[in-house]
Structure formats: C-alpha cells, structure tokens
Design a protein around this ligand. Structure first.
Ligand SMILES: [Mn+2]
Length: 437
C-alpha cells in the first residue's frame, strides 16, 4: 500500500496539499492525523468525503511501500503515523515548503520550494500536467493557499503562489467559500472573549512603540484564543500586542504576543520565560503565578529591554535644498526645476524656517503675472514643522491631518536639521515590517 500524510494537527495548507496529492498520485491513500487544527475543522467537516482518509490505526496490518509526507519535514510532527507502521521499509518522499535543511526524517527524499504555501508546489505540478479539478477540490486547495499566505499578502509570497491561485480559480474554486473557511472567530466563547478584550485593552508607549496590553481572567482554557488576539490586533493596529490570560483554576497565565515591527522580536523576548515562536508571533505559559503579578513584571521587563522606536531624526533627509525668502518666484521656479523637487522649505535671513514654497504656490504667482515678486509673498507660511523626536506614527498622522508631503525637522531655534518626505516614510515602512510566521 502507498500512503500520504501531513503533519499532526493538520491545518488548511496541509489538507489542501493532501487533496492535491490524491489527485496527482491516485494510487496513494491519505491518512488523517488524530488532531485537526481548530482553524481547519470547518473545512474538514464539510469536505471529509473528498479525502477518504484512513486513520493511523488502520495502518497496523498493512505493508507500506511508499509514503508521501506533505507540509513538514520534521520527524516529531509525523511521529503519530510512524508509530503504527510495522513490518515495512517504505520509500519516503517529502514535499514541503519549509526549510528543507531541517529535515530529520532518515532516508527521505525531500523536494519543494520556499513558496508561501505548500499547496502552491503541488498546484504547479497539477498545472504542468494539465490536470482538471472539481470546483470543490479547487476550493479546498485555495483555502490552504490563502491561509498560509495571509490571502497572498505575507512576505513569504512568491509569484508562483499567484499562479497556483489563478489555476485553482480557473478550476472553479469558490472565493465566497474560501472566505468563510478563513473566518477564524466562529465559537461563542471566542466572541465573548473578543468583546471583553476590547473593554480592557490599553495602549502604553514603551520606548516610543505603541504597545497594546490586556489582562483578562478566564474560567478555563478556550480554543482559538490566538485568532481572537489577532482580531484585536487587526482593529487596534498597535506596534505589538501582549495579551495576558489568567486562569486561576489551572494556576496558569497564558501570554499571547503579536508584533508588527521587526524591532520587536517576540521570540527573543519570550525566551526569558521559556516561551517562543517567531519574531512576529510567540506565546508562553507560566505556572504558579498570579496574572497581575506576572503582568507587572513583564511590563517592567519590556520597558528595560525593547529597542527604542525609530524617530523622524533617524529617517530624515539631512541635506535639504532650501529657498531664501527674498529670491524671486522666477528664480525659485528654476531652482525647483533644477533639483527636480515639487517644493522646498524657505529660510529667512537668520536661517530659520519661515515657510514652504511648492510648485502650486508658484503657479498662483504665474497666473497673476507676479514671477518677479519675492518668494515670501507667495509661500505657505503656516508650515507644519516638528522636532526630530517624533515617532513614525506621529509622522504618518501629520501627513494625513495636514495633507502635506514634507515635514521640515527643526531645532528649538527654528533652524532646519532635515526633512521627512513621503519617500523617506515609505522606504522606512517597506523595511520595518515584521515577517509573518
Ligand atoms: Mn504550510
């Protein structure tokens, strides 16, 4: 017999991969993990007949010739199946999108590419063979692809993920159904906790970062708390969120943390307490401590260990080309054209910022045939300036609030130190984002 299985606690990418294996290699039977990830249970329950799964216990009497393992290459994550494989020396083929160097399954032949989803590699194989899928099969596979790529927006996404998604859509995948499977908050107790969290979350500014924190007491563990924390994160959009759940009955405190900034490395932070995960998502369970006690200690630890947030002075352009108040509009216009800028700060005779002149201001002068008038007659006088210590959040707020694209950064004497433009801000945003797990 030939069999295929994925990692324990099967998620949607794992299920989607298995379904494509069944289509690509019809002489392989799929084996079901004893555990299905809470986020994948709805999909599994509605489509279980499309998998025609064996249970691991059904392998006991079988002689296994070949095995395909999907979505993992780590032995501990497939141990539950091997415990039931007897009197066999199977060939093992691994199809995985994780780091194949971590593979510790002896004698296995590993293949795969670092695509956002494992479904993508198998989807590309199916495309290559001109294989047709039923709309239901395409829906299952696309749900897996979307789940692992955050709907094609995570940084792990490659062009192949889009190609495989396009193929699955061609095969009739239903985006409406996929969307419903991706909804992670489905249980009543999740919704209850979600509402409670919105009442207790607080934003603290720690080393310039907007850090959301909450401490909530729960009667007992509930499933899918991660999804609830992520929902709050989505709505509140802090730099990081530390959600503490105290469960007195079990004498435990659970800390679930999420970060949107590369500077806040949760895996590193939580290691001190024996927890971990990824840079952007990590958790830890503490026993025999009260919630309030651990909460206070952890916040003090954050205060002492977070790296300071990026400030305007860290990203500003320092060599700023400026215009003097007594230049004529004509001279200023030629100057802007020469330096290829749409505007520049204007300095008075003492070198302090007194205004800002943009191409639009010059247009007004041109229409009034006043190109020989001094700049100070047409410049914008109420310039929004700032000191260099403002955070990126404040920079963003100033751009939107005042509809401006430049923020001159000045010292207390009004002298120009630099300027923050949309370009500076976007370059920062592009590189500071935290990588998803
Ligand atoms: Mn995966």
């Amino acid at each position: 017999m030939n069999i295929a299985f994925g990692h324990s606690n099967m998620d949607m990418d794992c299920l989607g991969s298995l379904l494509l294996v069944k289509k690509l290699f019809p002489d392989f039977r799929l084996v079901k993990s004893n555990q299905i990830h809470p986020a994948a249970r709805k999909l599994y329950n509605l489509y279980r007949e499309y998998f025609d799964f064996l249970s691991p216990a059904e392998l006991e009497q079988e002689h296994i010739e070949e095995i395909i393992i999907v979505d993992t290459c780590v032995f501990s994550r497939v141990k539950e199946y091997f415990n039931h494989i007897k009197h066999s020396d199977p060939l093992i083929r691994i199809i995985d999108h994780h780091n194949l160097e971590e593979c510790d399954i002896l004698g296995a032949r590993a293949e795969g590419r670092p695509f956002g989803a494992n479904v993508t590699y198998l989807g590309k194989l199916a495309m290559g063979r001109g294989l047709s899928l039923l709309p239901e099969e395409a829906t299952i596979a696309l749900a897996g692809l979307y789940a692992d790529t955050g709907r094609l927006i995570y940084e792990n996404v490659r062009r192949e993920d889009f190609e495989a998604a396009a193929y699955l859509l061609d095969m009739g995948a239903s985006l409406k159904l996929v969307k419903s499977f991706l909804e992670s908050i489905i249980e009543d107790d999740q919704i209850l906790v979600l509402n409670q969290l919105f009442l207790v979350v607080k934003t603290r500014i720690i080393q310039g970062h907007a850090v959301l924190v909450s401490l909530l007491e729960l009667e007992d563990n509930i499933n899918g708390l991660n999804a609830v924390v992520e929902k709050v994160m989505d709505v509140e959009n802090p730099d990081a969120y530390f959600a503490f759940f105290a469960i007195p009955k079990r004498r435990t405190v659970l800390l679930i943390a999420r970060s949107q900034k590369a500077k806040i490395d949760l895996h590193a932070l939580l290691q001190r307490y024996g927890g971990g995960g990824h840079q952007a998502a990590a958790s830890v369970k503490i026993t025999n401590r009260s919630g309030g006690d651990f909460f206070d200690e952890f916040l003090a630890y954050l205060e002492a260990s977070l790296k300071p947030a990026t400030r305007a002075q860290d990203i500003m352009t320092r060599r700023v080309l400026t215009i003097r108040e007594n230049m004529t509009l004509m001279e200023a216009s030629r100057f802007l054209e020469e330096i290829d800028h749409t505007g520049a700060p204007v300095l008075d005779s003492r070198g302090a910022v007194s205004g800002f002149l943009s191409l639009r201001d010059i247009m007004k002068g041109r229409r009034a045939s006043q190109m020989h008038a001094p700049v100070k007659a047409y410049m914008t006088r109420n310039v929004v300036t700032s000191d260099g210590a403002i955070t990126m959040r404040e920079v963003e707020r100033l751009f939107y609030k005042h509809h401006i694209s430049h923020i001159p950064i000045i010292n207390p004497r009004g002298e120009l130190l630099g300027i923050v433009t949309h370009g500076d801000y976007l370059a920062y945003k592009k590189h500071q984002a935290a990588s998803p797990p």
